[in-house]
Design a protein around this ligand. Structure first.
Ligand SMILES: *[C@@H]1O[C@H](CO)[C@@H](O)[C@H](O)[C@H]1NC(C)=O
Ligand SMILES: *[C@@H]1O[C@H](CO)[C@@H](O)[C@H](O)[C@H]1NC(C)=O
Length: 494
């Protein structure tokens, strides 16, 4: 018996096929305390089988996991959080996973919150042999200044470990900060199809972080839905050349859970809304309709989750606007009709979406190159606070709410992209949201160009650090705006 097992091992060693019989075999030599890079965005394109296999070896613990999210409470990396196999997460987004937030806020888990584009580029750089790079993302925020809690005390009152300040440098008159590359002992990724050389093809927005993670791990283990004979995938269609993939398995019984099933509804749901909801809905519609006027023919636009995304319902039908989703889609279509949802096609809000003629797909590192490089003309996003000089805060309320910055810091740091904020003029508790200076940690410094609220439209004169009132909503007076705004402003109504 022992002899036969040895023969098998020897055969395996000299078997140049990268194909492993199971997820369990493929992850067998992963050790406690190692750094593991994991592909996926939300629950889209995650290596379900490899994660489950790790979860079935609960004696392996202390992992540092690099992944944009940590799944949800009972799926994806959320499974490994539950079994306390993860010591540290390097991620951009905590939201949608209650256990993730709880472990972080109660000092059980270290979390290095990293802007989504910076995360993608740190990993890309790791795989490309670049030790560090400069980026405008996070300039002037706590990402640059340091002090973002990485580990809290168990009562959640103090930070035991904090992020360190970043070096900064001026290039062509603009400030940038230095970010270091990320590499890992292993990468766990998911693709659609692969061959025994390890060549991979991804599907829909399930590509996301997978190619970058693959390249930055010493050993990349890929799981695929289908293993095809070498030569079946044409050279033109291969997204990730096999040189980056060391092990391949065929995943079993894919669940491919959908996090936020969002469908195009035929009937008008507003009719069933209560009157209180009605007021809020009318206010939102007012903001969203005005925001849609920012769209110009041919623009490339990124819309934030929630109200900004609704603006796409009011695009003037005589113009073409290309909607970008930072998880890797250019040319978003409407939400799918019932039954036509596809777990491999979601937007940055994790909602099911469709593609339209002329759409294209790409990876997260490509997506943020597009964003950081100012190839996107306009970004519309929500805010908790905006200051008169254009400072924006929308990613954290210290000790209370931590969602993470996601891609917002990257989006607002692109020098040539117009940044429009849509929000309610005052908070629900009556507090001012438009202020002399922000009280919450910044998402971006002097980045907002225009603020659209339910009362008015302000332009930000960033050079002088002043707001200019440009438009009043119907029935709203300058006095109303003054009462509801926490700073002075100039008036230049159009
Ligand atoms: C080599 O690996 C492939 C894929 O797992 C398998 O089909 C084949 O039997 C292996 N060959 C040997 C000699 O183990
Ligand atoms: C993992 O780290 C813990 C804590 O530092 C240590 O006690 C343990 O021996 C390490 N395990 C391995 C396999 O390195």
């Amino acid at each position: 018996m022992i002899f036969r097992k040895n023969v098998q091992l020897i055969l395996r060693r000299f078997n140049h096929s990268k194909i492993y019989p199971s997820a369990k075999d493929a992850i067998d030599d992963i050790k406690s305390n190692q750094t593991i890079l994991v592909g996926g965005f939300g629950l889209c394109g995650i290596p379900e089988n490899l994660i489950k296999a790790l979860n079935e070896t609960p004696e392996k613990t202390g992992f540092t996991m690099v992944s944009n999210n940590a799944g949800v409470d009972n799926f994806g990396l959320g499974l490994l959080l539950k079994t306390k196999q993860i010591k540290k997460m390097i991620s951009s987004y905590v939201g949608e996973n209650a256990e993730f937030a709880r472990q972080y806020l109660q000092g059980e888990l270290e979390v290095e919150l990293t802007p989504q584009g910076t995360l993608a580029e740190r990993v890309r750089a790791g795989g490309a042999g670049i030790p560090a790079f400069y980026t405008s993302t996070g300039v002037g925020t706590d990402v640059q200044l340091g002090g973002i809690p990485i580990k809290y005390t168990t009562d959640g009152k103090e930070a035991l470990i904090k992020s360190t300040p970043r070096e900064s440098r001026v290039f062509n008159g603009k400030r940038y900060i230095m970010e270091e590359a990320i590499t890992g002992d292993f990468s766990l990724i998911k693709a659609w199809k692969g061959d025994s050389f390890g060549n991979l093809v991804f599907r829909g927005s399930a590509r996301n972080f997978n190619p970058a993670m693959a390249k930055a791990g010493k050993i990349c283990i890929a799981e695929v839905e289908e293993i095809v004979p070498v030569g079946t995938l044409t050279p033109n269609e291969i997204h990730l050349p096999g040189v980056y993939v060391q092990r391949l398995i065929k995943g079993l019984n894919y669940e491919k859970r959908i996090e936020k099933l969002t469908l195009t509804k035929d009937e008008d749901v507003s009719k069933t809304a209560t009157s209180k909801d009605d007021v809020a809905a009318k206010m939102r519609e007012r903001i969203v309709r005005r925001a849609a006027k920012e769209f110009k023919n041919g623009m490339y636009v990124n819309l934030g989750i929630g109200m900004p995304m609704l603006a796409s319902n009011y695009v003037d039908p005589s113009i073409t606007v290309h909607l970008q989703s930072e998880n890797g889609i250019l040319g978003l279509g409407p939400f799918p009709k019932p039954g036509l949802q596809d777990p491999d096609l979601i937007n940055a809000g994790k909602e099911t979406v469709t593609m339209i003629p002329g759409s294209s797909l790409f990876s997260s590192d490509d997506s943020f190159a597009m964003i950081r490089g100012s190839h996107i003309d306009l970004t519309i996003l929500g805010a908790m606070e905006v200051a008169q000089n254009g400072d924006l805060a929308n990613w954290i309320i210290p000790k209370k709410m931590v969602k993470g910055m996601g891609g917002a810091m990257d989006l607002v740091s692109a020098h040539k992209t117009k940044v429009v904020v849509t929000m309610e003029h005052v908070a629900k508790n009556g507090r001012h949201k438009i202020l002399k200076s922000c009280s919450l940690p910044l998402t971006g410094e002097r980045c907002v160009d225009t603020i659209i609220t339910d009362l008015c439209v302000f332009d930000v004169d960033k050079k002088r650090g002043t707001l200019v009132l440009k438009e009043l909503c119907e029935g709203v007076t300058v006095e109303d705006v003054k009462k509801n705004t926490g700073c002075d402003f100039e008036i230049d109504l159009v």
